[in-house]
Design a protein around this ligand. Sequence first.
Ligand code: DGY
Length: 330
Amino acid sequence: MTASRPAILIARKIFPEVVERLRTVFEVDAHLSDEPLDALALRARLQGKAGVFVAGTEPINAGLLAACPGLRAVCSMAVGYNNIDVPACTAAGVLASNAPGVLTETTADFGFALMMATARRIGEAERYLRAGHWKHWGFDMMAGADVHGSTLGVLGMGRIGQAIARRGVHGFGMSLIYHNRSRLPEADEQALGARWVDLPSLLREADHLVIVVPYSASSHHLIGAAELSQMKPTATLTNIARGGVVDDAALAQALARRTIAAAGLDVFEGEPAVHPDLLTLSNVVLTPHIASASLPTRRAMCDLAADNLIAALTGGVPPTALNPEVLTRA
Ligand code: DGY
């Protein structure tokens, strides 16, 4: 062991090639498992470590930072960073980074696919066929909603929201409405034919609502019973953002009462637990938080987290720091 090599923890199983790359720079302690370390184990494994490679699941908060005074960098392979208390990192002088950009198109592909599977009842139809229920052709058998030519409503118009919007407008001739805290520049709105609307109008007008808004205290249960009741009975809702943005219990009720037609969910409150009522419903497509899961993209996400970690601990400029100001402080 060389004294000058900083020690890091890799908190999740990742590509072996990325582990090897990190080993060329750091003393590496690797928890190479898909099961996350619990808070106590994470704290124990971080003693004496200058950096940690995390996914979107490890909670990095003020308590942990206080217990790990040697920590200087927390680098995540996820774009969503609601598991990282960035102000607490900044206060503790710890560089935090996420992995934006590299997963945009893959995640948008999936969001669009989930919306289509939901509208066209693909999960339900496959279960029907596998169960041996398909005996005859029927005029309305598994008939769903059209996607082409319908109105796409995007809640959260960041990179991924815009990539989904492009697919809808250019690929499927959809009309586009969106709601976001800040409006797109006029030229971008014009290029997409996008119309900014307030949240109630988005809910009322969208045929297919896709939720891509980051999770925070202010987006907790942004879509609850009151919001769902404003949607069309023929509408679908797709959530690829974070569990907690949608009130899953209220959604299960709306789906059971058919006050909306169907939902596609890749993220859940308290995942990997799923609200039990959702599991019993036929009009919901459920996937286990895999929107960014293509192999090339997962590799790019890991590479970006490694780039950030290496730069942060070797005097470089981390490409996607969330609080770059910590590096320029005296
Ligand atoms: C992300 O990158 O935020 C994905 O949701 C995986 O956590």
